[in-house]
Design a protein around this ligand. Structure first.
Ligand code: COD
Ligand code: ZN
Ligand code: ZN
Length: 377
């Protein structure tokens, strides 16, 4: 492309300081270096993790920063040594890379690549500790090596996966985080079985994706729990067999669920991002084999105190990052499954807005108004 090797000027949303809303400005995006890829982002969702940076509660972040990781786009140019994609290919950024060489990448049991930006020392620059973004002469930091809140972004090759070129980017961007996290919590982490009973705490976009995973896995009872009853219609449309609101009960929800099911549920999912709810999710599972999966990241909370007595009788607890998927191997397959009609991703999208309305999208998230908002450039 004509832009290859040159600096590109485009718009991006910059968070200049913790606690400030992003400001849409012109940035310069340098060409990709060795083993890097420059991508024109076409669509991006927004995720609570982006919001955690906005609020200043994501650990060890340097500002100013361009966040965003739930994106999809088209390769504009590649740096030396890149072999997996070429200009024009459709790609999805991976919020957790897959280097293919580290102990976790080589093990079928793990998806947390050890060459990730999340490994110590946590840092939000490119792998070589420099940035490809500048604005008014100032260096702007990357985030998760994805930074999809820039019309053009540079990502390491290990964080970029090629998908089918007919995939609709304004929908499949949800495979970059929300859908994959929730669906994978059910099918990879819990390994929900046919005929089982499931409880899902939180029916936002990620919780609804857990509901879809439980349904596809053949669960016979799928109980959705949310304080916002407006979430119940969609949850039932996607597979929840019952929905309940905590404010309608005097007892704690774990006791309510044990009463509803006799022994407790086989699988419970925490999809709110609260340590108190994680405890309730563990305690509503059946003694003997019940499994609790924590999908939410409760940033800034003190931690979760669990008595060994809650576990000693055979209950298990587990947590998942990105639904346990190895991104390179799995995301292209998830996209193909979507294109074949296996998942109703479209039902997760509450709003599609132009990128310039990014602050409106964050407001909708804060008001609990939206499941997933997609921004298009
Ligand atoms: N009881 C019941 N429901 C509640 C309660 C409560 N006390 N508090 C809130 N809720 C409901 C809300 O009404 C809402 O419907 C739902 O819980 C939460 O939904 P959203 O839309 O705010 O959030 P999601 O679905 O987009 O995401 C939820 C997560 C917990 C997954 C998210 O916050 C998170 O932690 N994401 C990071 C997890 C991860 O692994 N990410 C991978 C890369 S970023
Ligand atoms: Zn690795
Ligand atoms: Zn996310």
């Amino acid at each position: 492309m004509a832009t290859a090797g040159k600096v590109i000027k485009c718009k991006a949303a910059i968070i200049w300081e913790a606690g400030q809303m992003p400001s849409v400005e012109e940035v310069e995006v340098a060409p990709p270096r060795s083993h890097e890829i420059r991508v024109k982002i076409v669509a991006t969702g927004i995720c609570r993790t982006d919001d955690h940076v906005l609020k200043g509660i994501f650990p060890n972040i340097d500002y100013p920063v361009i966040v965003g990781h739930e994106g999809a786009g088209i390769v504009e140019s590649i740096g030396p040594g890149v072999t997996s994609v070429k200009p024009g290919d459709k790609v999805i950024p991976l919020c957790i890379p897959q280097c293919g060489e580290c102990g976790c990448c080589l093990s079928p049991k793990a998806n947390c690549c050890l060459k990730s930006h999340l490994c110590e020392p946590l840092q939000n620059l490119m792998p070589d500790k420099t940035s490809r973004f500048t604005c008014r002469g100032k260096q702007i930091h990357h985030f998760l090596w994805t930074s999809t809140f820039s019309e053009y972004t540079v990502m390491p090759e290990v964080s970029t996966v090629r998908i089918h070129n007919d995939a609709p980017l304004n929908k499949v961007c949800l495979f970059a985080c929300g859908f994959s996290t929730g669906y994978g919590a059910a099918v990879n982490c819990a390994k929900v079985e046919p005929g089982s009973t499931c409880a899902i705490f939180g029916l936002g976009g990620v919780g609804l994706s857990v509901v879809m995973g439980c349904k596809i896995a053949g669960a016979s009872r799928i109980i959705g729990i949310d304080i916002n009853k407006d979430k119940f219609t969609k949850a039932k449309e996607l597979g929840a067999t019952e929905c309940i609101a905590p404010q309608d009960f005097k007892k704690p929800m774990n006791e309510v669920l044990v009463e509803m099911t006799g022994l407790g549920v086989d699988y419970a999912f925490e999809v709110i991002g609260s340590t108190d709810i994680a405890k309730a999710a563990l305690c509503c599972t059946t003694v003997g084999w019940g499994t609790c999966v924590i999908a939410g990241v409760a940033v800034g909370e003190g931690g979760c105190v669990v008595s060994p007595m809650d576990l000693i009788m055979g209950r298990k607890t587990n947590a998942t990052f990105f639904g346990g998927w190895k991104g390179m191997d799995s995301v292209p397959k998830l996209v193909l499954h979507y294109m074949a009609g296996k998942f109703n991703l479209d039902a997760l999208v509450s709003y599609t807005l132009p990128f310039d309305k990014i602050n409106e999208a964050f407001d909708l998230m804060h008001q609990g108004e939206s499941n997933q908002t997609i921004l298009v450039y």
